[in-house]
Design a binder for this molecule. Structure first.
Ligand SMILES: NC(=O)c1ccc[n+]([C@@H]2O[C@H](COP(=O)([O-])OP(=O)(O)OC[C@H]3O[C@@H](n4cnc5c(N)ncnc54)[C@H](O)[C@@H]3O)[C@@H](O)[C@H]2O)c1
Ligand SMILES: O=C(O)[C@H](O)COP(=O)(O)O
Length: 526
């Protein structure tokens, strides 16, 4: 019988499901060293946010086939390390949505009425009614940052409580926001207008310390902020300072930069701060949902069946997969590329299958394109299984077209993304050895392999321009690995694609756009 290790508390219903096919050991509060030591004997690991599954643990898990996260966030799992080892990582994307949303709403009301401090005061023998005069949320403005599953539910309930809704989410369509009764605004405006701000996005390099001293300074003095998303989105030191100085009226946190929360200035704050120990998903209902969701997937994978919410492995049948595998990577790369050219809000994706691809089963390629396109917003949460649904929920319309005429390559894929910032397209194909080539950007013919850091410019074909860009990059110590230009007519519009050894430092893109002749410049990170 396979063996499953459960290293965080999960509902018994999950243990019962696993026990149908495996021997289950529940061992919580293990140190990383203990986990490294015992993991070699296990086929599956089931966790919550309490266990950090590092590369060291994954590498030691020589029998591991699956890691199941009984919850949403897989930021405590080294997913790339698991993927490289061929270990499926699954989660429960929706099992605790309502619980987390309700916790955020509870935090908002508790902050407004000082419920935790008033409760402690009565329990300590006092009867103080003067110190706890609160504020109503009715007719106040709620700013929702991150209008995904949890943010949407919070918005729905807040609307029913008579709140005015504004939202910031660079990856959501205006139509989706309209459906939820939210006015989509820029973050700056949200910070300045909202009486309450609630955060519901993943922690990514872009969202880390998104709420820093500068952002807090933009908020109203009566504003209150709630973070039930991920620790580190708010700069805790800056927040404690802003609360101490009365710069903002309150904050409620469920998640912290380091968990468990250690020494922190937040602990010394009074009734304007509410701190809970990562309780967002801690309802009986959510724990049953996530335990069933993830235990069933572990059971299925141990039985050789596909998982329904794998964050790193495609849920497509093995024979179709084998045929399409090389093109899946092409589609995902092109999706990432065109998504970054198009900027934030994509409303339409046209996937055109050309040459031999026109006769192929196209759905997996459409899904892979969407996965690439959405990965900037959703990171590891988007996978081959959920990319279609996620796109639909974000109001992205997908069109599929086919052109069987063989052009320069046996099969090629053309993606066109239309969004609030305009339309962009990219075409790619595979060489005989399976290597990817980008063959066309915005209808300009080129021939470049994708690389991790790329710079793309639209400019006027004129002498001296390319040299200026090279010198500018050199002055920022950015090394160019390769360069290609493409044009349709001499001295007309042209494109330049550079592969860079280093990411572009902040500010350089603006400098590039100031070079005479440059019409637009974009960076793409693959
Ligand atoms: N406290 C808890 O116990 C608890 C429980 C469940 C989930 N969570 C956390 O809540 C958060 C939201 O979860 P979800 O299930 O709603 O996720 P989701 O993927 O459905 O939604 C996340 C949203 O954030 C948006 N987004 C991405 N980058 C953004 C940015 N830079 N600025 C603004 N918005 C951005 C995405 O477009 C998406 O709409 C996650 O961080 C998750 O880990 C916490
Ligand atoms: O990402 C999640 O699902 C939440 O942060 C919940 O974490 P937990 O399962 O440790 O309560």
């Amino acid at each position: 019988m396979p063996k499953v290790l459960v290293s965080d508390p999960i509902d018994q219903v999950g243990i019962d499901i696993l026990s149908q096919v495996a021997t289950v050991d529940v061992k919580t509060n293990l140190t990383p060293e203990q986990l490294v030591q015992i993991i070699p004997e296990y086929d599956a690991l089931m966790i919550r946010s309490g266990s950090r599954v590092t590369k060291e643990i994954i590498d030691a898990g020589t029998q591991l086939k699956i890691i199941g996260r009984a919850g949403v966030g897989v930021d405590n799992v080294d997913v790339p390390a698991a993927t490289r080892r061929g270990i499926v990582v699954v989660n429960s994307p929706e099992g605790n949505t309502i619980a987390a949303a309700e916790h955020a709403l509870a935090m908002m009301l508790s902050l407004s009425r000082y419920v935790p401090d008033a409760n402690s005061s009565v329990k300590s023998g006092q009867w103080d009614r003067k110190s706890y005069v609160g504020a109503e949320v009715y007719k106040k403005t709620l700013g929702v940052v991150g209008l995904g599953k949890i943010g949407s539910h919070v918005a729905n309930v807040a609307k029913a409580m008579g709140m005015k809704l504004i939202a910031y989410d660079p990856f959501i369509s205006t139509e989706r926001a309209d459906q939820l009764g939210c006015r989509l605004v820029e973050l700056d405006l949200l910070l300045r207008e909202a009486d309450y701000i609630t955060l519901h996005m993943p922690k990514t390099p872009e969202t880390t310390h998104l709420i820093d001293a500068e952002a807090l300074a933009k908020m109203k003095p009566n504003a209150r902020i709630i973070n039930c998303a991920r620790g580190g989105i708010i700069d805790e030191v800056a927040l404690a300072e802003a609360l101490k100085n009365g710069q903002i009226a309150g904050a409620a946190l469920d998640v912290y930069e380091t968990e468990p929360l250690g020494e922190s200035a937040l602990r010394a704050l009074g009734k304007q701060a509410i701190l809970t120990p990562h309780l967002g998903a801690s309802t009986a209902e959510a724990q049953v949902n996530v335990a069933i969701d993830v235990a069933e997937q572990i059971r299925d994978v141990l039985l050789g069946l596909p998982a329904r919410s794998a964050v790193n492995i495609p849920g497509i049948s093995p024979d179709v997969m084998e045929e399409l595998r090389p093109y899946m990577q092409l589609a995902e790369t092109l999706g990432k590329f065109v998504g970054q050219l198009a900027g934030g809000r994509v409303e339409l994706l046209n996937v055109k299958l050309q040459g031999e691809l026109a006769t192929n089963k196209s759905q997996p390629l459409v899904v892979a394109s969407l996965k690439g396109l959405l990965s900037q917003a959703l990171r590891e949460r988007v996978n081959y299984v959920n990319a279609g649904i996620e796109a639909k929920e974000r109001g992205i319309r997908v069109i599929e077209t086919r052109d069987a005429a063989v052009k320069d390559y046996a099969g090629s894929l053309h993606l066109e993304a239309k969004g609030s910032l305009g339309a962009h397209s990219v075409t790619g194909a595979l060489l005989g050895d399976g290597e990817i080539r980008i063959t066309d950007i915005d209808e300009f013919p080129i021939n470049v392999p994708p690389s991790q850091h790329m710079l793309f410019t639209l400019h006027r074909d004129m002498p001296g321009l390319i040299g200026k860009i090279g010198s500018l990059l050199g002055s920022f110590n950015v090394n160019i690995a390769s360069m290609q230009v493409g044009r349709k007519i001499v001295r007309g519009d042209a494109v330049m694609v550079l592969s860079l050894d280093d990411p572009l430092p902040d500010g350089i893109l603006t400098e590039i756009t100031k070079v005479p002749g440059i019409r637009d410049a974009y960076t793409v990170t693959l």
